[in-house]
Write a protein that binds this ligand. Structure first.
Ligand code: IVH
Length: 677
């Protein structure tokens, strides 16, 4: 037998073995070898294929694990958005969360049962099953659109390709967290900063064979789309999917009150270091799915869940230098450059010092030994200074009064509190090149234009080469120049062109958020987009006379206050901002605001509430109006269509004003009827 045949023989034998064990594992649910042996077999086949390319023509491990190399991930819209979670850091935050939930639902004395689950520090993905068969697997992406990483997910053996069991719904979407075990990470730790990055890197491999080499695992934790609705509680869902073969976290547990929340939190925190996966907190979720539905979401996170973080990991190190960084709003942030130190498995060399006052308060100096802490992905912070370790000759740090661009910085006086802001700011806007660069990074970010392939690092690179200076430059890039840069091939350029051209079609609310007006976050951008409706209307803000009028009428919008109005005035009274915004608009096609439900019960209607309801809170009532296409105003004016009067302590004056203006008035009992109709 010649050498080639011998290799072929060995290869075919292994392939056969893999086929047999895949069937035993996936189809018969009766594995005869351990997971580690299975992985070893798979990897030995992949290695053979790599070493002897002629083998690939013979059939491949890919066919068996269902993996197919793909060059690019297809974008697919999520059936339901994949949101993030708001955070709690202590018992008081959790108390607030419980209060908010109860207030929203207008429940006073009753306890709300929560389910607690460890928050896995991994990468989220979603699995879609039709008639029990895994048909789609997506990454989170920007939360609205994910990437088709089905083939990569299929390489994770524990993910069922087919659900086996009873009462399988027609459609079920299962949200899960993909991670790499701590022990497995040690074997590949030189390539990645932490297990989370390793899992992300592996999942995003273009070639699923590469994914299959890194031993990924997962926990299923959430329900996405479901048809028909067969669960009443989240805990029922977890129990059912666990029976169907999904891996759920064994540490999940129901808790009934604040004491139990604390107890569970402490218990898992103690266990944390003995687990083979990183967790950074506990997620507490309202167990009742009906209540979850009533609570709904804010723009980014559900009202029915919260991540209660563990306290951060700490370490001692030395400050080598203190530098300043300039953010997109001009905020000057001091940063400590520290001697690199391993904090809970991640090497840290920078720590934020927040602002001038913080440095003064803690008397932080260059050369000091400090305790730093790192929690999840946030920038590490300085906790305290070890004064007894300080050098005798050390001097107090004097905070630079100028921005890196050379301009004087200022501390603003807050309109509402009348106090001086702790943060020093450069107020040059786009005229400060440091701010301008940060603004560009904001514009291309996920929550804004979401341009794939144009992240922070690329902006740094393009900025350095003077390829971009202002937002509109993104849409007239000099690709001939880019082509000659290291790391840029035809494929990546074509992809970038596509991503940029796609980003030129943008919704009004995203556009408003993208231009980076201070105090106008995603939620406020939505409120403004709903007010203006179309870019033509929004652009009236450029005109000083029209702006004055518009800003006055914004006062009546629920959610927009003095701070936001002042910030809009500041932004648009700067001619550079107007020029830059106009030039950007010319490059785009901006969709009218579509957030409103045109067929809802309150479409195009402006409503206002006075008085409380028996069965629901004001917040829930407001959310219902908005879901049904209406807007909620904060003051009575001619524009108001309906005043809804709750039975509990309505304001008489408001009712009188409404009557005078001939505004329709609806009482609580009629409001309930409308909702039930
Ligand atoms: S529930 C609507 N449960 O944390 C969002 N998330 O910060 C519901 N995560 O994107 C998320 N373990 O990737 C939930 N037991 C768990 C989780 C968990 C990890 C991740 C998930 C999510 C992120 C939110």
């Amino acid at each position: 037998m010649n050498e080639k045949n011998k290799i072929l023989g060995e290869y075919k034998n292994k392939l056969n073995q893999l086929k047999i064990h895949s069937k035993l594992y996936f189809i018969d649910d009766n594995p005869k070898i351990t997971d580690a042996e299975f992985d070893k077999l798979k990897i030995s086949i992949i290695n053979l294929e790599k070493k002897y390319p002629f083998l690939k023509k013979k059939g491949s491990v890919i066919k068996i694990v269902g993996a197919k190399p793909s060059n690019k991930f297809r974008k697919i819209k999520h059936l339901r958005p994949m949101l993030s979670l708001s955070n709690a850091f202590d018992k008081t935050d959790m108390e607030d969360f419980l209060k908010k939930v109860k207030n929203f639902l207008n429940i006073k004395d009753q306890n709300i049962s929560l389910i607690s689950e460890p928050k896995i520090d991994g990468i989220s993905a979603t699995l879609i099953y039709e008639d029990g068969v895994l048909i789609k697997g997506l990454s989170r992406g920007d939360g609205v659109t994910g990437e088709d990483i089905l083939e990569n997910l299929k390489t994770i053996k524990e993910i069922p390709l087919q659900i086996k069991g009873r009462n399988i719904p027609k459609l079920i979407e299962i949200r899960c967290e993909i991670f790499i075990g701590k022990k497995d990470f040690l074997k590949i730790s030189e390539k990645f900063a932490n297990p989370r990055n390793a899992a992300g890197g592996s999942l995003r491999q273009k070639d699923p064979n590469e994914t299959s080499k890194i031993p990924l695992k997962y926990f299923a934790y959430g329900l996405g789309a479901l048809n028909p609705m067969i669960f009443n509680k989240h805990s029922d869902f977890l129990e059912a999917i666990s029976k169907w073969g999904f891996t759920t976290n064994p540490l999940s547990k129901n808790v009934e009150n604040l004491d139990e929340i604390e107890r569970q939190h402490k218990k898992i925190d103690l266990l944390r270091f003995s687990l083979d996966y990183d967790i950074d907190g506990i997620v507490y979720k309202v167990d009742d799915l009906n209540l979850q539905k009533r609570l709904g979401n804010t723009s980014n996170s559900p009202r029915w869940a919260i991540a209660y973080k563990f306290s951060a990991e700490k370490a001692l190190t030395k400050i080598r230098d203190i530098i300043i960084q300039v953010g997109r709003t001009g905020a000057i942030t001091p940063v400590a450059k520290v001697a690199p130190i391993n904090v809970g498995g991640v090497v840290v060399s920078n720590a934020t010092l927040h602002n001038e006052d913080e440095i003064k308060r803690k008397d932080i100096r260059i050369g000091d030994t400090i305790q730093i802490q790192r929690a999840g992905d946030v920038i590490p912070q300085v906790v305290s200074v070890e004064i007894n370790k300080r050098n005798k000759g050390s001097k107090k740090f004097s905070f630079p009064l100028k921005c890196l661009c050379g301009a004087e910085t200022k501390k603003e006086i807050s309109k509402t509190t009348k106090k001086e802001d702790a943060v020093r700011r450069c107020i040059k806007g786009y005229d400060c090149k440091y701010i301008a660069k940060e603004k560009l990074k904001h514009i291309v970010s996920k929550e804004a234009f979401n341009i794939d392939g144009l992240g922070k690092k690329v902006i740094d690179q393009f900025w350095h080469l003077k390829l971009v200076r202002e937002p509109s430059d993104i849409f007239k890039l000099d690709y001939d120049k880019i082509q000659n840069l290291e790391g840029w091939g035809q494929l990546s350029i074509d992809n970038l062109k596509k991503a940029i051209s796609k980003a030129q079609l943008i919704n009004l609310d995203k556009f408003i958020f993208s231009i980076g007006i201070r105090h106008i976050g995603q939620e406020n951008a939505k409120i403004l987009a709903s007010f203006f409706g179309a870019i033509k209307e929004f652009a009236k803000l450029f005109d000083i006379k029209l702006r004055k009028k518009i800003l006055i009428s914004l006062e009546e919008l629920d959610g927009i206050g003095e701070t936001q109005i002042q910030s809009l005035e500041n932004f648009f009274s700067n001619p550079t901002n107007i020029r830059i915004t106009k030039e950007l608009i010319q490059k785009l096609k901006i969709n009218n605001f579509a957030g409103q439900n045109k067929d809802g019960k309150f479409s195009n209607k402006k409503l206002m509430f006075t008085g409380g309801f028996k069965n629901m809170s004001r917040s829930e009532a407001k959310a219902i109006v908005e879901e049904n296409g209406g807007k909620v105003l904060g003051t009575i004016s001619k524009k108001l269509d309906i005043l809804i009067v709750g039975d509990s302590k309505p304001t008489k004056k408001k009712i009188e004003q409404a009557k005078k203006l001939n505004i329709k008035i609806i009482l609580e009992k009629d409001w309930n009827k409308i909702l039930n109709s």
